[in-house]
Design a protein. Structure first.
Lengths: 282, 301
């Protein structure tokens, strides 16, 4: 088990007139090597939650265990935790600042106290992982396309060798191909390096295609925690909390409502195609 | 001539070194000639860096043509005397709601535009009321913008533009940072402004689903217009769209995949309803007595 949260509560502005409960008794477990999707409308507590998972924010009460140890224990090394649980913020390319791509990616490992040589080795590895070759190293990060910038930013986090990678809306603002490229790359990291991934996304289609399990947040509470096919069966409840299911879910349910015996576990276009072809005996 | 017309429009981003010598020229718009009719809902698609946003900025004279001409209601944007009139005619809404809201409370923010145009106070309040009403945000007029959701903030931004009484609104990826509900809210608001108030809308987006009921879809690639037609025409060309790094709505993709595998379905299916109309009779034949034709579940988006 990688991360476990127990009875997590967080209140913004505690003791002021603006007191607002952002997390309410959240319990969850993220296992090693899992690819988990985190969804919820704006203000549902997703971002607050992920900032707790690497110790950036401290819970008002409750506990978080990383590999079995409570990160709120006295003497726990939070700095080390932040290297192990890498967090890629929304629009991470806004945080690029160095004169070239390579130096920017070196920044993290250097800050971890690694020698220049080791930091550069890490940077090379990380840039390879996100599919950027040496021709990019000397380029200014500001000259790159949106998708490329974002890869550099993700490489900056990967260079710190995290065991868990949390990405907050990594595809926002990217064109459809750019979106697929980034997500495919992340899926590859998950598969080949067995990295634990937590993906925050507003795109139900992306979530359905990539993740093993979905956590749904609403008003600071965890309301669903299950496989995509189970969670998306509750599409009406999801709509009620400002979310939706992938478009394909509506196709499946519409067919079922008309008496077509189509499998309701379907969440992707490919699955729907195969099922419809099977039923029509094509 | 339509409300927006461009002729052989070219725009170059020119980078200069410290001595003002030209270091690099990047052509962002490369010979675009378009004529957009008043009252239309036009969507512009294209991958990151295809020139969409640069094009949008030409319509409000934020950028001026390197070559060629842009006319807004017949006014050449490169003529300096036209500048203020052009900017009154086209309103812009950008991606990040937090970058375009300046007022302490909603009504103040919406009133900022007309105030800057020198509109008399009484008239400003009238416009603030009407604009907030038209985007469904009247109940929030005394609220602080930073307590609003992303979708609500974008609607306030749209109201701010509406208060300047533009003929045309250009929205540059207004939903990129929003959750599904926020996206729905904004798209619905924009559609209503188009239908009820006859405002010409240019919507730049990466979400194919938002484009389905536009009157016209324009696809840009490398600074050029490469596709131009109705949503049905554009989304019939699945492979071509993918070659421009774009996509089709999931329903269209499913129909296309089924068609490729021998199911008899027409090109360019855009909505769940259309898909059902085409699929249900086939299933009724396959499972006699079990499958009912008629209205399906409500579409989620």
């Amino acid at each position: 088990m990688a991360i476990k949260a127990e009875h997590l509560n967080y209140v913004y502005g505690l003791g002021t007139a603006f007191e607002q409960c952002a997390l309410k008794d959240v319990n969850l477990e993220i296992n090693d090597g899992e690819f988990v999707g985190l969804i919820g409308h704006t203000g549902s507590g997703k971002s607050t939650l992920i900032q707790h998972l690497n110790g950036l924010m401290k819970a008002t009460d409750g506990a978080i265990y990383y590999n079995g140890r409570n990160i709120y224990d006295a003497g726990y090394n939070l700095r080390a935790l932040r290297s192990k649980v890498g967090l890629v913020f929304q629009y991470p390319e806004h945080q690029l600042f160095e004169i070239n791509v390579f130096t920017d990616v070196c920044f993290g490992p250097k800050n971890q106290g690694l020698s220049r040589q080791d930091a550069e080795k890490r940077a090379r590895e990380a840039l390879t992982m996100v599919g950027l070759d040496e021709s990019f190293y000397a380029r200014s990060p500001f000259e790159l396309s949106g998708g490329q910038k974002r890869r550099v930013a993700i490489a900056g986090v990967l260079a710190m060798k995290p065991e868990v990678l949390i990405l907050d809306e990594p595809t926002a603002g990217l064109d459809p191909r750019g979106r697929d490229e980034i997500l495919d790359q992340i899926a590859q990291l998950h598969k080949e390096r067995n990295m634990t991934i937590i993906l925050v996304s507003h795109s139900m289609e992306d979530i359905a295609r990539y993740v093993d399990r979905i956590l749904v947040m609403n008003h600071g509470e965890k309301v669903f925690d299950d496989t995509p096919k189970e969670v998306f069966k509750h599409y009406k409840e999801l709509e009620a909390i400002g979310l939706a299911a992938p478009k394909i879910t509506y196709v499946v349910h519409s067919l079922r409502d008309h008496g077509v015996p189509v499998d309701d576990n379907i969440t992707t276009v490919e699955e729907a195609r195969d099922e419809i072809l099977r039923l029509l005996e094509k | 001539m339509g409300i927006i017309k461009t002729s052989k429009l070219i725009f170059d981003y020119i980078r200069r070194d410290e001595e003002e010598n030209i270091e690099e020229i990047k052509r962002a718009i490369d010979g675009v000639s378009l004529d957009i009719k008043a009252g239309q809902f036009v969507a512009i698609l294209g991958h990151n860096g295809s020139g969409k946003s640069t094009f949008a900025k030409q319509l409000d004279a934020i950028l001026l043509p390197t070559e060629g001409t842009v006319w807004i209601q017949g006014m050449d944007t490169s003529v300096e005397e036209n500048l203020w009139e052009v900017r009154k005619k086209t309103g812009m809404v950008f991606q990040n709601p937090d970058n375009q809201i300046i007022g302490n409370i909603v009504e103040e923010d919406v009133g900022f535009g007309p105030e800057n145009l020198g509109v008399p106070t009484e008239e400003i309040w009238k416009r603030v009321n009407e604009s907030l009403e038209s985007v469904g945000m009247a109940a929030f007029r005394l609220k602080s913008p930073n307590r609003l959701s992303g979708g609500q903030k974008q609607r306030v931004a749209i109201a701010g533009v509406m208060a300047m009484r533009p003929q045309c609104i250009v929205l540059d990826e207004p939903t990129a940072m929003l959750d599904p509900n926020g996206r729905k809210e904004v798209v619905k608001t924009v559609r209503e402004l188009n239908r009820k108030e006859g405002i010409t809308v240019l919507l730049i987006t990466h979400y194919m689903e938002e484009v389905i009921d536009a009157d016209r879809v324009i696809v840009m690639d490398n600074g050029k217009v490469v596709m131009d037609g109705t949503p049905k025409e554009i989304f019939s060309k699945v492979e071509e769209l993918k070659s421009y790094r774009l996509d089709v709505p999931q329903v269209t993709e499913l129909a296309y995949e089924l068609q490729k595998n021998g199911v008899d379905i027409p090109d360019g299916i855009l909505t769940l309803e259309e898909l059902m109309e085409n699929l249900l009779p086939k299933f009724a034949e396959r499972f006699p007595g079990k499958v009912t034709l008629g209205n399906g579940v409500k579409d989620g988006n």
